[in-house]
Write a protein that binds this ligand. Structure first.
Ligand code: ADP
Ligand code: MG
Length: 345
């Protein structure tokens, strides 16, 4: 076997990029940057081990030349996304073994970032689609409800058809509520802001859902401030916000418990605060930051869309407001909406 020019080691040793010299299958030399990237403390812990232990996939029969993406296996067993560029090096004219030099680039962070970008674009696109579909469904549903109600009026109170029809109306109303929840995704914010009485919004939305099975057995109390200034806003959207939070509370409590709704005006902060406190399981700290993500749900497929809070968040933000989530896991959840008021207006 030919001798390897030692000075190339010195040359590579100080390069800030992780570099290694290897045969088709065995590692011969690694520099300090490589040792550090793979979480080892000394080159001897790596040298003379197999390439495949560190770089996957690795083809020992005929290493792939040029640049490609691969996975690096760290000492801890954890993996990193890497880019590896491999070139054969000429050792001497009649070398009996081909050696290669590979330069490694850690692209884990870049990958994560690209993934997140892609994810958020996909979310936005899916959200828009959901909004458009909801819009298409919402109108015929309105017609179904209208005609069902007309028939309902004509039926004798004791008829079986009447009970069945009432079920249809209830279910269609449920669909309407879901569709309404999705509608905003398709719309960009309409700038039709007018004075809105949030207390009224709360009462209207409660009357819409109080007979819904998720809330019929929930004791709901209201302490609504009589001196609540109006805010400039989009009433339809604010209705959705209140609806989403109330339904979530009912769902979290599995239809049984207590929901306290409070509204007050804080003259110092010049804000209107609306609080929804439930006696459900609360929200574990680990998922607290994720509940506003589109499509994040802890509910079974078919149950939750994961869109409610992301829509809610978007609407509140467009109104210049904030949402505060509190409550310990196991002790119920509290969603507080904080809207700025411009009293001079
Ligand atoms: N009042 C609440 N109590 C406990 N968890 C809640 C509450 N409201 C929302 N969550 C959590 O936030 C998640 C996301 O809510 P949301 O965006 O409305 O989607 P969905 O209701 O379809 O699951 C829920 O799946 C649930 O885990
Ligand atoms: Mg929801």
């Amino acid at each position: 076997m030919s001798t390897f020019p030692e000075d190339i080691f010195d040359l590579i040793a100080g390069i800030p990029q992780p570099v290694l010299i290897h045969s088709a299958e065995k590692i011969i030399f690694v520099n300090a940057a490589f040792v550090e990237l793979f979480d080892y403390s000394r080159p001897e812990q790596i040298e003379s081990r197999m390439m495949g232990e560190f770089i996957a996939p690795w083809r020992s029969a005929r290493p792939r030349l040029g640049r490609r993406e691969a996975t690096g296996r760290k000492r801890s067993g954890g993996s990193i996304d890497i880019e590896i560029s491999t070139l054969p090096i000429q050792v001497s004219e009649n070398a009996d073994i081909t050696l290669y030099q590979s330069i490694i680039k850690d692209v884990t962070e870049q990958k994560n970032w690209e993934g997140a970008m892609l994810q958020s674009e996909r979310m936005a696109a899916m959200g828009r689609l959901a909004g458009e579909i909801a819009h298409e469904i919402n109108n015929p549903l309105g017609g179904i409800l209208l005609y069902a109600n007309l028939i309902h009026e004509d039926l004798a109170p004791e008829s079986q058809a009447r009970t069945n029809l009432e079920k249809i109306i209830k279910l269609a109303t449920r669909c309407r509520i879901i569709a309404k929840g999705l509608l905003n995704f398709g719309r960009s914010s309409s700038k039709t802001y007018a004075p809105v009485d949030l207390n009224q919004v709360i009462k209207d939305m409660y009357s819409l859902v109080e007979d819904h099975k998720i809330l019929t057995r929930v004791r709901t109390t209201f302490s609504l401030s009589k001196a609540l200034p109006h805010i400039m806003g989009d009433k339809g959207q604010l209705e959705q916000v209140v609806l989403n939070i109330m339904i979530n509370a009912g769902e979290a409590m599995k239809g049984q418990g207590k929901l306290d709704v409070t509204s007050f005006f804080s003259p110092e902060a010049r804000t209107i605060n609306i609080k929804f406190e439930d006696t459900g399981p609360g929200i574990p700290q680990e998922i607290r930051t994720r509940i506003f993500e589109p499509f994040f749900t802890t509910k079974q497929p078919g149950r939750g869309t994961g869109l409610g809070l992301s829509i809610t968040h978007g609407i509140v933000q467009r109104h210049g407001g904030k949402i505060k989530v509190s409550g310990e896991a196991g002790k119920g959840a509290c969603f507080e909406l904080i809207f700025p008021v411009n009293i001079s207006g």
